[in-house]
Unconditional design. Sequence first.
Length: 246
Amino acid sequence: MRLAGKTAIVTGGGRGIGKAIAAALAHEGANVVICGRDAKRLQRAAAEIGPACLAVTADVSRSNDLAKLVDRTVEKFQGVNILVNNAGILLPGTAESLTEEQWEQTYNTNVRAVWQLSRTVLPHLRNAGGGSIINIASVLSHLGARNRVAYAASKGAVLAMSRAMALDHAAEKIRVNCVCPGIVETEMVAAFSMDANARQQRVAMHPVGRFGQPEDIAGLAVFLASDEAAWITGAAFPVDGGYSAQ
Protein backbone atom coordinates (compact mmCIF):
# COMPACT_ATOMS: atom_id res chain seq x y z
CA MET A 1 0.00 0.00 0.00
CA ARG A 2 1.55 3.25 -1.18
CA LEU A 3 -0.01 5.43 1.53
CA ALA A 4 0.13 3.21 4.61
CA GLY A 5 0.49 5.28 7.77
CA LYS A 6 -0.52 8.52 6.04
CA THR A 7 -3.50 10.72 6.90
CA ALA A 8 -5.41 12.70 4.28
CA ILE A 9 -8.07 15.40 4.35
CA VAL A 10 -10.38 15.57 1.32
CA THR A 11 -12.83 18.45 1.04
CA GLY A 12 -16.09 17.84 -0.77
CA GLY A 13 -15.54 14.16 -0.05
CA GLY A 14 -19.17 13.11 0.16
CA ARG A 15 -19.72 12.73 -3.55
CA GLY A 16 -18.23 12.90 -7.03
CA ILE A 17 -14.53 13.47 -7.50
CA GLY A 18 -13.88 14.01 -3.79
CA LYS A 19 -15.49 10.73 -2.79
CA ALA A 20 -13.60 8.82 -5.49
CA ILE A 21 -10.30 10.34 -4.36
CA ALA A 22 -11.03 9.56 -0.71
CA ALA A 23 -11.86 5.94 -1.56
CA ALA A 24 -8.70 5.57 -3.65
CA LEU A 25 -6.51 7.04 -0.89
CA ALA A 26 -8.08 4.69 1.67
CA HIS A 27 -7.56 1.74 -0.68
CA GLU A 28 -3.85 2.55 -0.68
CA GLY A 29 -3.73 2.47 3.12
CA ALA A 30 -4.33 6.09 4.15
CA ASN A 31 -6.56 7.26 6.94
CA VAL A 32 -8.98 9.67 5.31
CA VAL A 33 -11.08 12.53 6.68
CA ILE A 34 -13.82 13.75 4.37
CA CYS A 35 -15.78 16.97 4.85
CA GLY A 36 -18.85 18.58 3.35
CA ARG A 37 -22.04 20.36 4.38
CA ASP A 38 -24.43 17.40 4.13
CA ALA A 39 -23.92 15.26 7.25
CA LYS A 40 -26.08 12.35 6.08
CA ARG A 41 -24.37 12.19 2.71
CA LEU A 42 -20.95 12.29 4.40
CA GLN A 43 -21.82 9.47 6.79
CA ARG A 44 -23.02 7.29 3.90
CA ALA A 45 -19.82 7.99 1.97
CA ALA A 46 -17.63 7.23 4.99
CA ALA A 47 -19.46 3.93 5.55
CA GLU A 48 -18.87 2.97 1.92
CA ILE A 49 -15.19 3.94 2.02
CA GLY A 50 -14.55 1.94 5.17
CA PRO A 51 -13.38 2.12 8.79
CA ALA A 52 -10.32 4.23 7.93
CA CYS A 53 -12.61 7.11 6.88
CA LEU A 54 -13.87 9.81 9.25
CA ALA A 55 -16.66 12.19 8.23
CA VAL A 56 -16.60 15.77 9.56
CA THR A 57 -19.42 18.13 8.66
CA ALA A 58 -17.87 21.42 7.57
CA ASP A 59 -18.52 24.31 5.20
CA VAL A 60 -15.17 25.22 3.63
CA SER A 61 -16.25 28.85 3.26
CA ARG A 62 -16.38 29.18 7.08
CA SER A 63 -13.09 29.73 8.91
CA ASN A 64 -14.30 28.13 12.13
CA ASP A 65 -15.36 24.99 10.28
CA LEU A 66 -11.92 24.64 8.71
CA ALA A 67 -10.20 24.93 12.09
CA LYS A 68 -12.59 22.30 13.49
CA LEU A 69 -11.87 20.00 10.55
CA VAL A 70 -8.11 20.08 11.11
CA ASP A 71 -8.46 19.76 14.89
CA ARG A 72 -10.68 16.68 14.51
CA THR A 73 -8.22 15.14 12.07
CA VAL A 74 -5.21 15.64 14.33
CA GLU A 75 -7.15 14.47 17.38
CA LYS A 76 -8.19 11.26 15.59
CA PHE A 77 -5.06 10.44 13.59
CA GLN A 78 -2.29 12.47 15.29
CA GLY A 79 -1.29 14.41 12.19
CA VAL A 80 -1.86 15.28 8.54
CA ASN A 81 0.24 14.24 5.52
CA ILE A 82 -2.03 14.92 2.55
CA LEU A 83 -4.56 17.66 1.77
CA VAL A 84 -6.88 17.47 -1.23
CA ASN A 85 -8.69 20.77 -1.82
CA ASN A 86 -11.53 19.46 -3.92
CA ALA A 87 -14.67 21.32 -2.79
CA GLY A 88 -15.91 23.83 -5.34
CA ILE A 89 -18.94 25.46 -6.90
CA LEU A 90 -19.83 26.53 -10.42
CA LEU A 91 -22.20 29.46 -10.80
CA PRO A 92 -22.69 30.21 -14.50
CA GLY A 93 -22.68 33.76 -15.78
CA THR A 94 -20.94 36.49 -17.72
CA ALA A 95 -19.20 39.55 -16.30
CA GLU A 96 -22.50 41.43 -16.65
CA SER A 97 -24.96 38.80 -15.49
CA LEU A 98 -23.15 37.62 -12.35
CA THR A 99 -24.10 39.35 -9.12
CA GLU A 100 -21.57 40.50 -6.55
CA GLU A 101 -22.92 37.84 -4.19
CA GLN A 102 -22.34 35.10 -6.77
CA TRP A 103 -18.80 36.33 -7.42
CA GLU A 104 -17.99 36.41 -3.71
CA GLN A 105 -19.56 33.00 -3.13
CA THR A 106 -17.44 31.52 -5.93
CA TYR A 107 -14.22 33.01 -4.60
CA ASN A 108 -14.95 32.17 -0.97
CA THR A 109 -15.44 28.50 -1.85
CA ASN A 110 -13.04 27.98 -4.75
CA VAL A 111 -10.11 30.21 -3.74
CA ARG A 112 -10.26 31.58 -0.21
CA ALA A 113 -11.05 28.16 1.27
CA VAL A 114 -8.09 26.59 -0.54
CA TRP A 115 -5.77 29.26 0.87
CA GLN A 116 -7.22 29.14 4.36
CA LEU A 117 -7.29 25.36 4.76
CA SER A 118 -3.79 25.05 3.28
CA ARG A 119 -2.37 27.57 5.75
CA THR A 120 -4.09 25.72 8.61
CA VAL A 121 -2.66 22.37 7.51
CA LEU A 122 0.86 23.57 6.65
CA PRO A 123 2.23 23.44 10.23
CA HIS A 124 1.10 19.81 10.49
CA LEU A 125 2.72 18.90 7.18
CA ARG A 126 5.89 20.59 8.41
CA ASN A 127 5.77 18.62 11.65
CA ALA A 128 5.41 15.41 9.65
CA GLY A 129 8.58 16.19 7.72
CA GLY A 130 6.75 17.08 4.53
CA GLY A 131 3.57 16.25 2.68
CA SER A 132 1.42 16.78 -0.37
CA ILE A 133 -1.25 19.38 -1.16
CA ILE A 134 -3.36 18.53 -4.19
CA ASN A 135 -5.67 21.24 -5.51
CA ILE A 136 -8.46 20.27 -7.86
CA ALA A 137 -8.55 23.06 -10.43
CA SER A 138 -10.00 22.76 -13.96
CA VAL A 139 -9.16 22.86 -17.65
CA LEU A 140 -10.58 26.37 -17.31
CA SER A 141 -7.50 27.24 -15.27
CA HIS A 142 -5.84 27.40 -18.70
CA LEU A 143 -8.69 27.91 -21.17
CA GLY A 144 -11.71 30.14 -21.57
CA ALA A 145 -15.35 29.12 -21.85
CA ARG A 146 -18.59 30.97 -22.40
CA ASN A 147 -20.72 31.82 -19.37
CA ARG A 148 -18.02 30.77 -16.89
CA VAL A 149 -16.39 34.07 -15.86
CA ALA A 150 -16.32 33.59 -12.09
CA TYR A 151 -15.55 29.87 -12.22
CA ALA A 152 -12.72 30.24 -14.75
CA ALA A 153 -11.24 33.17 -12.83
CA SER A 154 -11.35 31.22 -9.56
CA LYS A 155 -9.74 28.12 -11.03
CA GLY A 156 -7.04 30.23 -12.68
CA ALA A 157 -6.35 31.67 -9.23
CA VAL A 158 -6.08 28.17 -7.74
CA LEU A 159 -3.42 27.25 -10.30
CA ALA A 160 -1.42 30.45 -9.71
CA MET A 161 -1.67 30.01 -5.93
CA SER A 162 -0.53 26.39 -6.21
CA ARG A 163 2.60 27.34 -8.14
CA ALA A 164 3.49 30.12 -5.68
CA MET A 165 2.96 27.82 -2.69
CA ALA A 166 5.04 25.11 -4.32
CA LEU A 167 7.99 27.52 -4.43
CA ASP A 168 7.41 28.77 -0.89
CA HIS A 169 7.42 25.30 0.67
CA ALA A 170 9.60 23.14 -1.59
CA ALA A 171 12.54 23.27 0.82
CA GLU A 172 10.26 21.87 3.54
CA LYS A 173 9.43 18.82 1.38
CA ILE A 174 5.86 20.06 1.06
CA ARG A 175 4.68 19.57 -2.50
CA VAL A 176 1.78 21.50 -4.06
CA ASN A 177 0.26 20.41 -7.36
CA CYS A 178 -2.90 20.94 -9.40
CA VAL A 179 -5.18 18.46 -11.13
CA CYS A 180 -7.16 20.07 -13.96
CA PRO A 181 -10.16 17.95 -14.99
CA GLY A 182 -12.31 18.36 -18.04
CA ILE A 183 -16.02 17.59 -17.83
CA VAL A 184 -16.53 14.79 -15.32
CA GLU A 185 -19.81 12.96 -14.67
CA THR A 186 -20.73 14.38 -11.27
CA GLU A 187 -23.81 15.83 -9.63
CA MET A 188 -22.45 19.33 -10.27
CA VAL A 189 -22.38 18.64 -14.01
CA ALA A 190 -25.75 16.87 -13.90
CA ALA A 191 -27.28 20.02 -12.40
CA PHE A 192 -26.77 21.73 -15.75
CA SER A 193 -29.55 20.20 -17.81
CA MET A 194 -28.34 19.06 -21.23
CA ASP A 195 -30.54 17.71 -23.97
CA ALA A 196 -29.18 14.97 -26.21
CA ASN A 197 -27.72 17.42 -28.74
CA ALA A 198 -26.01 19.57 -26.11
CA ARG A 199 -24.52 16.50 -24.45
CA GLN A 200 -23.26 15.18 -27.77
CA GLN A 201 -21.60 18.53 -28.52
CA ARG A 202 -19.87 18.61 -25.14
CA VAL A 203 -18.73 14.99 -25.39
CA ALA A 204 -17.27 15.80 -28.82
CA MET A 205 -15.03 18.41 -27.17
CA HIS A 206 -13.15 15.49 -25.56
CA PRO A 207 -11.19 13.57 -28.23
CA VAL A 208 -11.41 10.27 -26.33
CA GLY A 209 -15.16 10.43 -26.93
CA ARG A 210 -16.61 10.49 -23.43
CA PHE A 211 -16.92 12.55 -20.28
CA GLY A 212 -14.59 11.68 -17.44
CA GLN A 213 -15.54 9.58 -14.44
CA PRO A 214 -14.53 10.51 -10.87
CA GLU A 215 -12.20 7.51 -10.81
CA ASP A 216 -10.28 8.99 -13.74
CA ILE A 217 -9.19 11.79 -11.42
CA ALA A 218 -8.62 9.65 -8.33
CA GLY A 219 -5.70 7.67 -9.74
CA LEU A 220 -3.63 10.78 -10.38
CA ALA A 221 -4.43 12.12 -6.91
CA VAL A 222 -3.10 8.91 -5.34
CA PHE A 223 0.10 9.20 -7.36
CA LEU A 224 0.63 12.85 -6.37
CA ALA A 225 0.01 11.96 -2.71
CA SER A 226 2.57 9.15 -2.79
CA ASP A 227 6.34 9.14 -2.53
CA GLU A 228 6.46 8.21 -6.22
CA ALA A 229 5.80 11.91 -6.90
CA ALA A 230 8.54 13.13 -4.54
CA TRP A 231 10.16 15.26 -7.27
CA ILE A 232 6.96 16.78 -8.60
CA THR A 233 5.75 20.14 -7.32
CA GLY A 234 4.24 23.26 -8.85
CA ALA A 235 2.82 21.20 -11.72
CA ALA A 236 -0.60 21.25 -13.37
CA PHE A 237 -1.97 18.02 -14.83
CA PRO A 238 -4.80 18.13 -17.37
CA VAL A 239 -7.03 15.07 -16.98
CA ASP A 240 -9.53 15.86 -19.69
CA GLY A 241 -9.68 13.24 -22.41
CA GLY A 242 -7.61 15.45 -24.69
CA TYR A 243 -9.83 18.54 -24.32
CA SER A 244 -6.92 20.93 -23.75
CA ALA A 245 -4.69 19.35 -26.41
CA GLN A 246 -6.72 20.77 -29.28
